[in-house]
Each structure stands twice: as structure tokens, then as C-alpha cells.
Design a binder for this molecule. Sequence first.
Ligand code: KG4
Ligand code: ZN
Length: 347
Amino acid sequence: MLVLAIESSCDETAAALVRDGRQVLGNVIASQVDIHAEYGGVVPELAARQHLRACPLVIEQALRQGGATLEQVEGVAVTCGPGLIGALLVGVSTATALAYARRVPLVGVHHIEGHILAILLEQRVEFPFLALAVSGGHTHLYRVDAIGSYQLIGQTLDDAVGEAFDKVAKMTGLGYPGGPVIDKLAQRGDAQRFKFPRPMLHKPGCNFSFSGIKTAVLNQVKKLPQPLDEQTLCDIAAGFQAAAVEVLVSKALRAAQDNDLERVVVAGGVACNSALRHECERRLTARGMEVFFPSPLLCADNAAMLAVAGNYYLEHGYTSPLDLNARANWPLQTVTAPLQGLAAAEE
Ligand code: KG4
Ligand code: ZN
């Protein structure tokens, strides 16, 4: 099945053409980072307007890259939540209109489900596995038993880890988005110079909290002579990153052990982080676990990732109605309700 996928939940407008939920023929991402950078974060209204401009262009380009025409598309998959409502609505309306015009089935996909399954475009991963979903809006641990079957094991009680990277970058004048620049500076920094807290590390359970680390960084920054010199910026980046990564890896390890899971998939924009990749490899493989990271292009927001679940649902006859709505808030567990039967029937 040839699926056209559309993603517009935040500040990337993306379209992809994917065959059989596996073979990426076209994958186009138009980033809005330059538009939002001067505001230090995503401005929802500007994001929606830019999606309107970019959506037809990325679709055309993805089709061209894939060497196909709209007439050959057999199904449409779109992120319908969670995300910025105005931004989501652009993708959902476009997808709905295309599905209606071409008389092909439509399926709405959960953004985080897309991130978690992106790895299947590149590697074989046996179910069940633990998914650590880390992005600008999510820090969640799920047990994944099949496509469509996600059990929440832990989540952040306040900020998402990507949000913490972005806020630390903003308070130190490093710009937006914060993750990539902190990752880069941290490589030249001394993580021991400033010791930041590891919230909830020794508390039972698999939940996270990142607002405490962020506040500790702010308090530290206020005590230092301004403007911060370059080495101090690198040391703050290294200290913050080490704290965030230690908590993420420790909780992922605990979640995998508590749930007898031998495979761990790390997904979402923060999965690009070099220290997170390194520490996961080091600590999880030392305990005999297998760790999977998608390549950076498939970690960050993209549309190809939606086609894994999208193709699976469409092939199993699970489609969304043409009045599909966007949902700003949408816990992943509720996605699975109509699909539990499907997953169980396959076993
Ligand atoms: O998945 P994503 O592209 O969009 C959302 O769904 O939120 O994730 C974006 C987040 C941002 O917070 C960004 O700062 C973070 O991922 N990020 C990183 C890195 N690259 C992107 N965080 C840490 N290290 C990185 N190398
Ligand atoms: Zn995302």
C-alpha cells in the first residue's frame, strides 16, 4: 500500500510517501525554526500560518521525490494529536480533503505513536519492548506489546525533557531550539563544575520531574558574573545534560527491569542527544538489553514515522471518518481502545 503521510503538530511541516509501512520513498521536512527563533519558542499562530503555506509544497515535493503522483496514493495518514491545535488542524484538513478528493481511506495517528514506531522503518525490533519517548512535549515510558498496544509505565509530572533543554538554553541566551546547542556545548564542558539535582532518581516508580533541574540551573546562572563566558556556558550545558540524561537512563533501566523487557527503543527529538545515546548504550547493554535509536532524521518530527502505524491500521480496515478532528491533548493509551481487539487477534 502506498501511503501519503502528513505531519504538522508543532513547528515542522512534513510529508512522506511510504510503501507498505516500511519503504520510505519520499520524506520532506520544512522547518519553521527561523521563524520562531527570535521569540525563543514556538508561536502557535505563526506556526499554523506557516503550515498553511508549506503543506501543499511539502506534499508535492514528497510525491516528486517518491516518483509518484497523487493518483497513485492508496491511503492518507495524518497526525491528529497531540500538539498545537491550530497547527494540527492544517494537516488534518489537508489530509481529509485529499482523502475525500481521491476517494482513498484516511487514518489519524497519534504523534507519539509515530515517534515510537519510527524505528521500524530502519530496523527490526521484536515486540514487546520498552519505549522511552522524549520530545519537546513528552517524557513517557511505555510498554509496547504490538502496534496499537501501549501501556503507560511512567511519565513526567511537570516539564518534558525537551522543554527543559529549550528553557535552559533560553535562560542562558543560547537560542531556540535548545537541545542541539546544549548537546554541542556540553561536549566541551566539565559536567562536575556545577552539580545539578537528579529529581526523583531515588523515588520508587518510573515517573520523572524536570522542572527542579531547570530551576537549579536558573539559580546557578543568577549567581554567576554576567555575561557568562564561553567555558561557563559549556560547563552549565554539560552539568545540566548529565543530570537530565542520568535520570532518563536510570528510569528507563528500572522500567525495563520491572517489566521484564529486554529491548528499549528511544524515540522523539531528544533521542538525537549524543550523551543520551552514549549512556543508554553503556548502561542498558551492560545489563544484556538491546537499545534502538532511529537515525536523527527519523527522531525529530517527520511524516514518514506516521506511515508505520498508518499503513498497519489502513491494511486492517481501521480508518478515521472524514470529519476527523484534531486533538491538542490526547493520552496515548486511549488510541489503543478500538485496536486492542486487533492486536490481540494477531497474537
Ligand atoms: O520530537 P520533536 O522534534 O518535536 C516534538 O514533538 O516536541 O522534539 C523536539 C525537542 C526540542 O525540545 C529540542 O530541543 C529537542 O527535541 N532536541 C534535543 C536534541 N535535538 C533536538 N534535545 C537534546 N539533544 C539534542 N541533540
Ligand atoms: Zn515530535
